[in-house]
Structure formats: C-alpha cells, structure tokens
Design a binder for this molecule. Sequence first.
Ligand SMILES: Cc1cc2nc3c(=O)[nH]c(=O)nc-3n(C[C@H](O)[C@H](O)[C@H](O)COP(=O)(O)OP(=O)(O)OC[C@H]3O[C@@H](n4cnc5c(N)ncnc54)[C@H](O)[C@@H]3O)c2cc1C
Ligand code: SF4
Length: 520
Amino acid sequence: MGDMRFGLDDDGVVVIIGSGAGGGTLANELCQRGIRCVLLEAGRQFTLADFEHDEFAMTRKFIWPDAPDNTSPPPLDRERPHVCKGVGGTTLHWSGLALRLEAHELAARRSYGAISGAALADWPIPADELALWYARAEEKMGVTGTGDRPLLPGNNNFKVLYNGGRQLGYRHISTGRLAINSRPRDGRPACIQMGFCLQGCRIGAKWSTLYTEIPRAEATGRLELRADCTALQIVHDNRHRVSGVLYADSEGRQQLQHARAVCVAANSVESARLLLNSASAAFPDGLANSSGQVGRNYTSHVHEFVMAEMPAPVHYYRGTVQAGLVEDERGHDPRRGFAGGYLLQAISFGLPFTALALLPGVWGPRLATLVENYTHLAGLVILGEDLPQSDNRVTLSSTRKDRFGLPLPGIHRRTHPNDTALMHHARERATALYESLGARRSYVAGSTGLTHNLGTNRMSRSPRDGVVNPWGQCHDIANLFISDGSQFPTSGAANPTLTIVALAMRQAGYIAGQMTARAI
Ligand SMILES: Cc1cc2nc3c(=O)[nH]c(=O)nc-3n(C[C@H](O)[C@H](O)[C@H](O)COP(=O)(O)OP(=O)(O)OC[C@H]3O[C@@H](n4cnc5c(N)ncnc54)[C@H](O)[C@@H]3O)c2cc1C
Ligand code: SF4
C-alpha cells in the first residue's frame, strides 16, 4: 500500500468507492491528471501469493459474501451476483475477454425497434467516439489481437470449438481478444497457459487493477487506498451536492471522509444499493433518483454452459480458461426469431467445480460418468444480449440487513421471451457444434451466478429517462458520478469490462475538466 494519507476533513479529494475495473482505472486516470483521490475498498488487500489453484478455497477468499434477497421466479431464484470483494475487485477473478460493443448494440432501440416488455434504449455516446476510447483501453490492458499484439495460441478446448464451428459454417473463430499478455509487456510476463485464471493469475499475465492501475496511481503520491473500508452512505450538503462518504473502517468504526466529488464503482448491484441506502429528507427515494430509475433495468447476460464429452481426451482445463470465441451469431438477424445476438466462448473449469457447482443437478451414475470422463470434456459458455426490463431491478430488502444494519439488496428478475428464444437457438447451435465432431453426450448448465451485472443506474440524455448523463455524471447531483457497468443502458452481447474501462478513462478527463472549470 502507498504511504499517502489524507485527512478526513480534506474536502478537496475525490472519493472513489470500489477498486475493480471501473474504480481502479478511474483512480489511476484521475491521479495521473493531478487529482488527489481516496479509494475506498470493502475487501482486503491481496498479493499474487494469495492466489491458489483451488476453486473452492478462492471462492471463500474473494467472493462477495452477502447473499441478496432474491425474489426472482424459478429458475432465476437460485442466482446471485458472483463478484469479488478485495482490492482489484472482480478483475482478480475475471477471465480476461476484452470485447467492444458493436454499433447495432449501442443503438439497440433503433436497431431492434420497439419490443413489448423491453425498455430498450440507445447509448447516448456516438459509436465513433467510443471507438477512440476502446482503442485506448485496449492499449492500457494489452488486449491480444489489437494493436500489434498477437493472439494467444489455441489449446485443445479451442481446437474443438474451432473444428466444430467450421463444421457449422462459422468463419469468425479465434482464441479471442484477451487482456492477457501474449508476450511480456508492461512489466508483466506472458501467459504460460497454466489455467486457473479465475482463481487469480499467480504471475500477473492477466490484467487486473490490483497490480496495474492501483500501484501506478499510488506512485503518483496522490492516491490513498483504504482497504477493508465499506462505504455505508453518501452524504450531501444543503445545496444538494454530495459532501462526503460515511464508511466503516477495518475496525468497524464509522468515519466520514469529506469530498469534492464522489464516484461510485461498487459493481451494479452494490452501486444501486448504495444510492438507495443514501436516501435523506431531501432525497427520500434515494440519491440521484428523481427519475425513479435507480435500480431498474438490471441486466446480466443471457448465459448458459454447454459441456460435451468428446471421443478423445481434450484436457480442457489446460490453458487459459477463456480459450476461444465464435462471433458469427453476434449480429442482429430477426430471421432467427429474436433480437440481438450471442457469442460462443470456449471455457473450462476444474473437476470439483465442473461436477459440483456447475452441474449440481447431475447426480448418481451420471455424475460418476462425468467425473470418469472429465479428461474428455470440452466446454463453452453462451453469452447473449439480455434485454432490459424496467421491473428487473435492485431494491432494498424489507427484511434482511448486513452486518452494519443496512438493508441488503433485493433482486428481482424475469426472463424476457426474447431471452428464451435466443437461448433456445444458441443451445441448439452449441450442441450441434459438439455433435458434429462425434460428442458422446452433452451437459447443459444454467449458471454459476451473475458474473456480469449491468444497468441499474442507466445513462440517458434526458434526466427523465435515466440516472446519469453520457459522462456518468448524475443528472440530479453534479458532483456525484457512476463509474461502473451500472451506467450501461443495454448489455449488448459482449463481456462488459473493456467498455467499463473505456468509460472510466473517458470520465476521468471529463471530471478533471469540470474541476478545472470549478463546475464541481
Ligand atoms: C468468473 C467471472 C469471469 C468474468 N470474465 C470476464 C471476461 O472474460 N470479460 C469481461 O469483460 N468481464 C468478465 N467478468 C466481469 C468483470 O469481472 C466485471 O465486469 C468487472 O470486474 C466489473 O467492474 P466493476 O468496477 O463494476 O466492479 P468490480 O470489479 O466487481 O469491483 C467492485 C468493487 O467494489 C467493492 N465494493 C462494493 N461495495 C462497496 C462498498 N460499499 N464500499 C467499498 N467498496 C465496495 C467490491 O468489494 C469490489 O472490489 C467476469 C466476472 C466473473 C465473476
Ligand atoms: S492461463 Fe495465463 S492468464 Fe490464466 S492464470 Fe495461467 S498464466 Fe495467468
């Protein structure tokens, strides 16, 4: 940790809540621009030595522990956010696929038209402007297959995906654009294909804010990272501007850090919950919620795992977890019977996780067969666009509280018929891909939890339609910003982190400009 210390009464600092993809990046970008920041992180500080090749041990170590009050109907009632608590946030755990959103996804309302029950919206950022920030984010994260960086080599799981995909006529198949070094870069080594990326990369080849953005911000002498510090409430003055953050420190004592501006990057569920838990007499429905949109339009990609037992050994666990990408079904083609598209992404898990967590319904002789034939498994995850629905939302639980006495988030989600149609199509294609190579049997698994949490503080041009403007600045409160995936108006089909990082980089310049102009 760095040595910088700012006083609690220092109201010149920017307070950032959450040190993951959004918050960690924003902290570095602001510090590089000469702005002093306090970074509050609820979880502990990790080092590379903390990462173990043990799926269950690491789950205990870094997964956010509080289960939400999930009121979704079956089968969604079993799902819960699967995000990290620790310095680096979920970039400790992520698998590194770094994809851009495409033009049709950024204009979902225009591209797909009105769809009953869906609260589609267009992103209020021009696609060509976002493209510039994507390029900068790819450079920062060292994304393979962009700039002059080579793609990673293909492991066996990739080869199965590739050959099966070709049998189906797919043409856009690669090892994927990954924020994983394919050669030494940025003071970090190249990937050695040891697997277990989800348990933290022990050599730091996979990009994480833990060992890139945060130490760089600390090196400027302008960042104070406070680990084990949980933001409880954002407070405001009588001019309706936020003035600080009340938080519980590592000993559980409540502290109030004053601030010139506050940026919330706690991952979508916790970000919306924090705004709702910060209600006051002046903001009775929660901070920045005059539109009533805080918590609404919660999306998490339509996703499902397909595992297949192949005729010969695959050893799918060897090499990067996220080992390949089919992009042919990504576009919007209404002839398939649904709006938006999906990706097929090669993925693997260790034996205990495959057998017990991923396929909990598989039991008895079927489980024994799966375990016996683990070496022959190939696997992929389907990732599709999840249409926003106004009533898919995060609220505050009326019955359950956390250890600080604050209401836990309540999560309510229903599947849209479009999601069902998309999944039906994708499942059929994924199964056919493996069958084309003689798969002996296949397993379809619903979910390992909500890994991509988006929406809940959506971006909009008009204050009526959303929580933040195109810069992530709250419509209601000029010095309050949202800096994570909760500002996404729609999910698109791509994994979200590259977009979160690009938006954080873009937002940093805007905040710096607003501070220089003394607008905040
Ligand atoms: C298994 C898995 C694999 C994934 N793979 C990919 C992938 O291949 N590609 C991709 O694009 N995305 C992937 N993701 C998603 C990616 O990790 C997230 O999109 C990204 O990390 C979100 O960034 P964030 O800044 O919003 O939140 P996070 O990175 O989750 O960081 C939020 C931080 O806020 C902290 N926090 C929360 N509440 C408080 C509070 N009240 N006070 C202080 N701190 C708080 C948390 O402890 C956490 O550290 C994956 C996710 C998972 C779980
Ligand atoms: S496969 Fe590569 S990126 Fe993944 S944990 Fe191993 S070295 Fe790190």
